[in-house]
Design a protein around this ligand. Structure first.
Ligand SMILES: [Cu+2]
Ligand SMILES: [Zn+2]
Length: 234
């Protein structure tokens, strides 16, 4: 009996270490019933310790680990709760994600309460929301550049351009991929702990021809702001 049991265990090990990449999704090989328990090929049918004691089914999650929850992920994720300034009624939630050191940051989300048109959208220096978002300070500008277009290199790090509202009756979708900001802690261009500010007017991207254009893009008053807060890593 011990010998037979030994063979069965060996077969079970063979079955689970097969090179078939889909092996983990098939029914386990059972020496008493064959592959698939319907077709019994002279298998053991009587009562006994082996009836129903199939080899342990490999978990579908036991395959090659992806980066998700493997403990090797280098992704950094952050969230922003935009709160209205001065009873603007503008609010929303944004998420930022960076998949690894040096890669671009994806910023997505929805904002409610904006009027139709383009609205300046920036990372400001301080993660302070008080005083109707004014305590967030100026545009995040660690490299002392002029205000500019997000697609130029002559821009503040915080210059993310405009978001576009197509109707005041629908939420404004935000979808920005940016290579200048980073979520890596300790980097000069890291936006963690700083504030996102949504403005009333269009950002002229530094092309307005006046001094204010090169400082703020003439984007007007601050309608909402929120701190870029790191979440648990994914
Ligand atoms: Cu701003
Ligand atoms: Zn700027």
């Amino acid at each position: 009996m011990a010998f037979i049991h030994h063979i069965m265990v060996s077969l079970a090990i063979l079955a689970t270490t097969s090179s078939d990449p889909n092996a983990q999704f098939r029914r386990p090989y059972n020496p008493y019933y064959g592959h698939g328990y319907g077709q019994q090929q002279g298998g053991y049918e009587g009562p006994g310790p082996y009836r129903g004691s199939h080899p342990a089914q490999p978990s579908p999650y036991a395959g090659p680990q992806t980066s998700l929850h493997s403990g090797q992920s280098q992704s950094i994720v952050a969230r922003v709760d935009l709160k209205p300034a001065d009873n603007s009624g503008v609010k929303g939630t944004l998420y930022l994600k960076q998949n690894g050191p040096g890669s671009a940051v994806l910023l997505t989300g929805y904002i409610k309460g904006l009027y139709e048109g383009a609205h300046g959208f920036h990372v400001h220096m301080n993660g302070e929301l008080t005083n109707d978002c004014k305590d967030a300070g100026g545009h995040f500008n660690p490299f002392m550049k002029n205000h500019g277009n997000p697609f130029s290199l002559d821009r503040h790090v915080g210059d993310l351009g405009n978001i576009k509202t197509f109707s005041r009756y629908h939420p404004t979708e935000v979808f920005i991929l940016d290579k200048i900001i980073t979520l890596e802690p300790g980097r000069e261009n890291s936006v963690l702990g700083r504030a996102i500010v949504v403005h009333e007017d269009v950002d002229d991207l530094g092309e307005g021809g006046d001094n204010e254009s090169l400082r703020t893009g003439n984007a007007g008053s601050r309608l909402a702001c929120g701190v870029i807060a790191r979440m648990i890593d994914y």
